[in-house]
Design a protein around this ligand. Structure first.
Ligand code: ADP
Ligand code: ADP
Length: 224
């Protein structure tokens, strides 16, 4: 069964821009999946549709077997999204950011769960600092922790290493690999072939709002 199944997904923004032109894509459970494509290809629009941040124009999307139109709550509970932008309330502390998210998802023992995640992303020493004092890399890690608060089976990262230095990129990759090894389905968007190649077992290429290739990594490399 698929972690995510997308059929004929179309998104036309209200200015007329067709960001997705009939995307169909199945992402198997347990895979480490890359959505590879240049800037403007439609990757964020696709991710934001899964996250409930963009209203699709037409098409069908199921997440962990739940249709996002008919069963949006279960669909949302099955996915954790790490957005591209490092945006959250700078006046909250990391611990508060996570507790708030835990509250939204009805996670029991919110404080304990939040501290556990802060330790996992090595931010426990910043638990009570204001978020505006965090470096870019720390913010990225906090957003990963936030995406994982409700323990979703699917983790989606939108351009996780954009603007991230080499050291943090290595840290992030090794943490994501651990999560995958522990059973998570991981989906990431990137415009670096190298990142897709090194991390993922399947790669779909998105270009101009359409999926133009979708194969396992070895096949893609043979064709290249
Ligand atoms: P929808 O079609 O889903 O209602 P809108 O077209 O209203 O979405 O756009 C949502 C927001 O995105 C608006 O505030 C708009 O200004 C902004 N926006 C417009 N063009 C772009 C773009 N190329 N990239 C990112 N954001 C954009
Ligand atoms: P990617 O993540 O692959 O860079 P996006 O999904 O951000 O691609 O954008 C796909 C296309 O849709 C681009 O041409 C972008 O300018 C446009 N776009 C993104 N958001 C909006 C918006 N809110 N309103 C209008 N156009 C948008």
């Amino acid at each position: 069964e698929n972690a995510i199944s997308i059929k004929n997904l179309v998104k036309t923004y209200s200015n007329g821009k067709q960001a997705l032109r009939g995307v169909s894509l199945d992402i198997p459970r347990g895979s480490m999946f890359a959505l590879l494509g240049p800037n403007g290809a439609g990757k964020s629009t696709l991710i934001n549709t899964l996250a409930g941040l963009v209203n699709k124009t037409s098409g069908q999307v199921t997440v962990w077997g739940f249709d996002i139109d008919r069963d949006p709550r279960n669909a949302k509970a099955s996915i954790g999204i790490v957005p591209q932008e490092l945006v959250f309330d700078a006046f909250f502390t990391p611990l508060e950011v996570l507790e708030l998210q835990a509250g939204l998802y009805g996670v029991p023992k919110a404080q304990r769960r939040s501290m556990e995640l802060l330790r996992a992303v090595k931010l426990d020493d910043k638990a009570n600092a204001y978020s505006r004092t965090l470096s870019g890399g720390m913010k990225r890690r906090l957003l990963v922790a936030k995406a994982l608060v409700h323990n979703p089976p699917i983790l989606v990262l939108d351009e996780p290493t954009a603007g991230v230095d080499l050291e943090l990129r290595q840290q992030l990759w090794s943490y994501v690999r651990e999560l995958h090894a522990a059973g998570a389905t991981v989906v990431l968007t990137t415009h670096y072939l190298e990142e897709a190649q090194q991390l993922c077992d399947r790669i779909a290429i998105i270009h101009n709002g359409q999926v133009v290739a979708n194969t396992d990594k070895e096949t893609l490399l043979e064709q290249a």
